[in-house]
Every structure is written in C-alpha cells, then in structure tokens.
Design a protein around this ligand. Structure first.
Ligand code: GDP
Length: 434
C-alpha cells in the first residue's frame, strides 16, 4: 500500500489530523484483539484508495532535542512515504521551526503537500496565504478538530499516489527481517543475498526500489526483501531511538507478505523481542520465527525442543508461526529461509470453498456444543472466506454477542487441523444473519 506520512513541528495538531483521517477505518478494526495499542501507524482509506498513514510526531522523544526530532521525522518521511504531508498551524503563522522542516523536505523527489491546520473559521482561512512563503506550493486549510478541509486534502493526497505496479508486483513475495538490535538481522540478510541471485533493478528507481532488494531463488520464485531501518544503511538520526526503529519496522511489516522475526539463541528472549513480535502479530502478516546464532549455545539432542518450548510459552499468540534454527555465521539452514517464506505465503493466500467450510462447521458443531450465554445458545449458520492474507472468515450466527472468544479459537483450531495454515494468523468475523 502507498504510505502517507504527516510531519511538522510539535503542537501543530499532527495527531488530531491523523486520528481524523483514520477515524472511519479504526471503527472497523477496533474490536480485534491486539497486543499493541500503538496508534502512530494505521491503515486509512479514501474513495477506494487504501493507504498506510504514519504520524511521525505521535511518538514522544524522551531525551531528544526538538531539532533532532524534526530531522528524524523528515528522514523517516522521505525514506518511507510515497506522499508527505507537512502540517503547520494558522494560529502561529509561519515559524522558524516550520521553515526548518520545509527546508529538510526540499531535497526530496517525493510529493510534499502543505496543510495548514486550525483553520477553523473563514477569518483564519484567510491567513493561510502567508504559508506560500514556505515554497511548498498551495497551502490546504484544514481543521483537524472540526473536520473541515480534510476531504480536499485527501483528494490531493490520493492524486499523488504512485502507479500500483511501482510498489508491488503481484508475482513477487515481499518479506522483511525484523528483531531487536544485534540479533543478527543484517548478517542473515547478507548471507541470504550472498546465496541467492539478486536481480539488478533495471528501471530508473524510486528510493523505495533502492531499499528493497529483489532476488530469485533457485526454483525461480521471485522475492523482494524489504529492508528495515539499520539493516544495511546505518547511521541515521532516528536509529538511535528505539521507538523510531520500531516505527520503521512496522512500516516494513505492513509492506510484507511474510515477516521473519529474528531471535538470538545466545541471549534468549528479551522484553524487546516481545514488543517486536506483538507488532508483527497485530499486523496480521505471515510470521516465521528465526532463532539465529544457533552455532553458539552448547547443544544436546533436546536443545532445539527446549528452546521451542520457551518460545511457545513466551509468544503464545504466535502459536501458528513455524520456528527455524539458523546461523548466519556458519550459514546453517539459511538456504531454507526462502523455501519457508514461500510456504507461508502459499498458506496465507489459500482460499477454501464455502461448501468445504460448511462441512467443517457441521463437523465442528457435532464435536463441541456451541456456547450458551444467559440461557441463549449460539447458532452457527454458515461460514465463508472473504479475504486472504490473512485468511479471514465471516461466520453468520444468530447473535454475534454469543460468539465467545473461546469458540472463535475453537473454530480457528478446526481450520488449522483441516488445512495447512502454518505461519499465518486467521481471522474470524461473526455476523448476524439477516
Ligand atoms: P542486527 O543489529 O540485528 O542487524 O545484528 P548484526 O547482523 O549486526 O549482528 C550482531 C552481531 O552478532 C555481529 O557481531 C554479528 O557478527 C553477530 N552474529 C550475527 N549472526 C550470528 C550467528 O549466527 N552466529 C554468531 N556466532 N554470531 C552472529
């Protein structure tokens, strides 16, 4: 999906605008159980155009100077986004900091749209003309809190989206390598690309193409490795802050079909691993857990099993993710990674016929009685798959309130037992039968 980033000095109302834009969409996804509650990154939609929206300022910058903060924001936007929205506020007029943000954006070839917030009334809308001085073209007056001007701004944003094929070609499996620092992400990437046939980009590329590496495995499968912050280009300002690298990782996750979550066998599982895992799970992408540095621990015949046990305990919600034990150092099993990625990609994209699903439903209801709440029993009528990647099933019932989480879990397990959904989350949406 195209990525839109909102940048701007503090207090211009970036989060308000962000929330305003994603509002509709959030209402739909809010009831899905999630591990993270991060709202700096969200999906949005306008007139049939879906996109990912980043609020680069929505994250507090613990020890940061304001200069560093806006530089980091601009860097992220320039690297990540397809369209950048620079936000100012009409209340204060053009400030020094606004000028500094604008300057940081001058160098980019990405489209930059200037929006002036807090233009709540006609008089304030008159004051937006000062903002021509920033040299970013026509300012769009908006009011994040009142909701005015948002439609025009969104029209402008979606008109600047790149052609579809620029950011995803359909026969290519996009995957990314994520994990906390030093688990060996870049070592894995380098080893992997050293073994596979890297395709040299033939077209005049955008920045995006330079970050992603297309390669072809021995059986002719096309992959696109999405680079996350710091894997192959270190030294950017924002990399010093964990929260910003998390944001970069989230952006990579969103663009991936499959995510490799890398753990370090020599250190065991840390708190930060769980945060990263939570993001990957919430995004609904296929996940493979890769235990790296498998050359380091002293091993016996049960080492892998023991480690696996700990992983299953610590990441219970990732029970669908296969686990691989590799070493970037010795190259052990690195060549199995593309094979596994391809397998998970296949699983998350499979479609099950409704007739087959309803046989399964019939069998399931004979195995376990449906839950009963306050004397009312859940009745399950039929089920149909509405989406792939992740596989999403709508189940028509007499009353969605009766569709207990545990019963959803049961249905998901039934699906897993009958079909190969290894590596992919499964979503169940209960609907009332009309
Ligand atoms: P990143 O921050 O996740 O990209 O981690 P790096 O790839 O930079 O690796 C961090 C350190 O771990 C480096 O010193 C690597 O040489 C080392 N390392 C990475 N993979 C392995 C491995 O499989 N075995 C061993 N022994 N060391 C590794």
């Amino acid at each position: 999906l195209p990525v839109v980033a909102i940048v701007g000095r503090p207090n211009v109302g970036k989060s308000t605008l962000f929330n305003r834009i994603i509002k509709e969409r959030l209402a739909i996804v809010e009831d899905e159980p999630g591990v993270t509650r991060d709202r700096n990154y969200a999906k949005a939609e306008w007139m049939g155009h879906e996109f990912d929206l980043i609020d680069t300022g929505g994250i507090t910058w613990e020890d940061g100077k304001i200069e560093e903060e806006i530089r980091a924001q601009a860097e992220i936007a320039i690297e990540e986004a397809d369209v950048i929205v620079m936000l100012c506020s009409v209340v204060n007029g053009v400030t020094d900091l606004d000028e500094r943000v604008a300057k940081l954006l001058y160098g980019t070839k990405k489209p930059v749209i200037l929006a002036v917030n807090k233009a709540d009334n006609p008089e304030q809308r008159n004051n937006i003309y000062d903002f021509y001085s920033l040299g970013l073209g026509d300012p769009f007056p908006v009011s994040g809190s009142h909701g005015t001007g948002i439609g025009d701004l969104l029209d402008e944003i979606v008109s600047k989206f790149p052609e579809k094929e620029d950011y995803k070609s359909d026969d290519t499996i996009a995957f990314s390598v994520i994990g906390r620092p030093n688990v060996g992400k870049s070592s894995i990437v380098n080893k992997l690309l050293g073994e596979e046939r890297v395709i040299v980009a033939n077209q005049e590329g955008t920045t995006r193409d330079a970050i992603d590496t297309p390669f072809e495995s021995k059986d002719g499968t096309k992959f696109r490795l999405i680079d996350t912050a710091g894997i192959r280009r270190r030294g950017k300002v924002y990399e010093k802050t964990e929260k910003y690298s998390v944001m970069r990782a989230m952006s990579a996750i969103e663009r991936s079909d499959v995510v490799l979550l890398v753990l370090d066998a020599s250190t065991g599982i840390r708190e930060q691993d769980k945060h990263v895992a939570g993001y990957a799970h919430d995004a609904g992408r296929g996940i493979i857990i890769v235990v790296n540095k498998w050359d380091l621990p002293k091993k016996n015949s049960t080492s892998a099993k023991d480690f696996e046990k700990v992983i299953r305990q610590e990441f219970q919600y990732l029970d669908y993710a296969p686990i691989m034990f590799v070493s970037a150092e010795t190259g052990q099993r690195i060549d199995q990674i593309p094979i596994m990625v391809k397998e998970v990609y296949k699983n998350e994209n499979q479609r099950i016929q409704s007739s087959v699903l309803n046989d399964l439903l019939l069998e399931a209801s004979s195995l376990v009685p449906t839950p009963m709440i306050k004397g009312k029993r859940l009745r399950v009528y039929y089920m149909t798959q509405v989406k792939t990647n992740p596989p999403t099933f709508v189940v028509f019932v007499n009353d969605p309130e009766l569709m207990h989480f545990s019963y959803q879990r049961f249905l998901i397990n039934q699906l897993r037992e009958n079909f190969n959904f290894e590596g992919t989350p499964i979503k169940i949406i209960p609907r009332k039968r009309k």
